[in-house]
Design a binder for this molecule. Sequence first.
Ligand code: URA
Length: 424
Amino acid sequence: MYIVDLINKKRMNGKFNKNEIKYIVDSYVQGKIEDYQMSALLMAICINGLDSEETIYLTDAMLDSGDKIDLSSIPGIKVDKHSTGGVGDKTTLIVLPIVASLGVPVAKMSGRGLGYTGGTIDKLESIPGFNVNLNISDFINQVKKYNICIGTTTSSITPADKKIYALRDVTGTVSSKSLIAASIMSKKLATGADKILLDVKYGNGALLNDMNDAIDLAKLMVYIGNSHGKETRALITNMNYPLGNMVGNALEVKEAIDVLTGGGNKDLRDLCITLASYMVSMSKNSDFMSAQGEVLSSLRTGKAYQKFLELVKLQGGNINSINISSKIIEIKSTKSGFINNISAISIAEAALKLGSGRMTKNDTIDMSVGIETLKNVGDYVNIGDSLAKIYVGSKEIDYNIVLNAFEISDSKIEKEPIIYGIIK
Ligand code: URA
């Protein structure tokens, strides 16, 4: 087989068979295909696509490129949760303690943030001392004993995805639905859960802007998961505005605690309750309403918050020494009217420039900085009302980025709901 023939085949909109896809993935990992050849092939895939069969072959080839985690020694049905990424998405910090407090084992491998998308691991590391680098047997033992552990993915899991994703990131080939689906699902299948719940986001702060594209991606990932014998479901959720009121690592931990202790932003709380209820009902094979009843009771009684504190303690974190910057700039409205949107992408850009995220993989991040929105979509504001607080560190930014994120006008546009629907 020659890579140039395969590039030409996809350029001409041909269909790959299983052996061809395996050859491409294995040869690229082994360094037998050059980056410039793989880039051309990825671009041809972006333009002409892969059908669902080719996408499954790609998922399998990437899955087989590395280690697979065996969680079978942990009793119970393990459900994994994955978000396609968004601005202010701290749901894992809330949902996992809820479900673990209800006896559902959660063995979660999470990633770091890159670009506009934050990562759960960075958020957890804003808790001083929190250790995410557990070896696999400690990871499994903690879940067996306490139902919950969150660690980083190791480099031995889906190395093909790591290499291909890094190339996609710099060649404008991230947004292909087939490539996204194979990338995410190969990792989910490698980390060993029995069932998978996906949170597929659409909007200006998401990987895919258009809701119909998000629905297609969700259907593809649900098909891949189910084809591998793992019941998979996907919520379609809104990322035109940030999720919750806090964006920035330590701030997001604080907001997660607010929700776990009975307060917090309504959209964030509603989404967490829905995600947790699906996870509980999938794990216990119970109906959604009774699972939701359990979730609400765990939040009400403080069981979920106790589980969160237990997780932090088990992994060495000190919740009392989280550092949020005390240098605060308040942004005030220059208009009166209804807030019809708070642009997720603009808030993400401001947070990134403050230093809360990485422009490139090796950047260091400032855990203490970020943005707190003080008003929500749908609120009415007068001139001079406070819209947001910016928690500043060592980097100066143009504060107008935050001011202009607030789309204010005289007439009120109906707010798009946080959850659009579920794909089963
Ligand atoms: N997240 C992933 O893990 N892979 C993608 O391709 C896009 C987002």
